[in-house]
Design a protein around this ligand. Sequence first.
Ligand SMILES: [Zn+2]
Length: 492
Amino acid sequence: MRRQLAGAAVASTALAGLLLAGALAPTAAAAPPEMPGKDLSKHVTGKRVLKHVEAFQDIADANGGSRAMGTAGYEASAAYVESVLRKSGYTPERQYFTFEDVVIDVLSLTAAGIDVPGPLYPGEFAPQTPEGGLTGPIVEPSDELKHGCTTDDWSGVDATDGVALVSRGTCSFGEKVLAASTAGADAVIIYNNESGPLNPTLGAEFPEAVPTVGISLEAAEEIFDALADGGEPVATYDYQSHVEEFESFNVLASTRTGDPDNVVMLGAHLDSVEDGPGINDNGTGSAAILETAVQLARSGPLNNQVRFAWWGAEEVGLVGSTHYVNDLAADDPDELDRIATYLNFDMVGSPNYTIGVYDANESTYEAPVPVPGGSVETEAIFTDYFDSIGQPWVDSPFSGRSDYQAFINNGIPASGLFTGADAIKTEEEAQIFGGTAGLPLDPNYHTPADDITNVDLTALDIMSRAIGHAAQRLAWSTETINGVAPGGPGNS
Ligand SMILES: [Zn+2]
């Protein structure tokens, strides 16, 4: 079992305000004159995209229910994408890369006589336990909320050689671990303070750090129930892992026409998590850009070259896309400069969806990462389209927590679409998009239940058409983004 790294970060969002058509849309150049070629928003349809999504489901069914990095399911997914591309006249290429990843050998937690239910997440940057695990009395901080942020919160508690049981909240996970170990604890269990699993990070390694594991609120409640029923207040945490080198690959393909000096890139990760077929995450995004490639190949000569990327190893840390960008930055920076903008599609068919556009102009969310110039104008390509057809949309945090991260870290503008993962739908969103308030946008996120029944066809259709439109619009002109006019200098 491999440790779920960054790809699994909880995409929690607090939606400050909803944007109905046009209110706070990023300003963009006036609507362009009629674009040449057929209107791809009429051809890249949910129905056509669904065919590819179904193919990914069949592939998962035929390969043990997973399309994760390093599996036969991933290989078959890539072969499928390549065969469809070749039929449309593309010459797809595989870009191989190797990387190190943590492999978990043992991971278990017992407390008060019960096996603590998973998922268990070892704290990032926390050490592993000795062989056989660590056993000690269960100790809780003395502060009311059990947040254990400072040594004061442990006053009056003898935590020597104990296993600390601490709640999420108020301070960072690293501060909790430092306070507990300073108080004498040998290990720390951190439980979520809201429903759902907890994947804690200590932020960095530090000498006082002790083995730490994140559990859900539900699991913590089971421990408290067991203690209340007289269970022995003792816990054993066992975590053994090793680092292993892995190899995987990206699939890349570019249009035959269009200026190779002014490239528009579309990307979607092709791999799933290990324990699931990854149909919404991210069979939908992979399928939508695949059908866009098919339809774009039939829409006549282009001004700008369009490059498609199916990223590998996203679920274990955005590895494929990061390799692609870093490799160019190191060995061929001019090629990086030729990329006008990057569009990311990671989950575009969530069952309890919202129609989300990455919020480059920060009209709802402050971006915790750099927002390269041109990103706002790229966002406008989507929001202008949605406004022009009266389709409500909302901002989605420009968080960098998907494959556009490496691009924006290297100053390349980016945007994209997202229908939601484990963020909870609000009343307002339910009023606009339907579905159920109070439930996650994708209740089956990163589970075996993320299969073909976990895709909303209305969302898939809305997003597929928007992706088709954006690809065609930018293949025609990136002038609003980087000043390169259609058919102008540098547009052969
Ligand atoms: Zn994903």
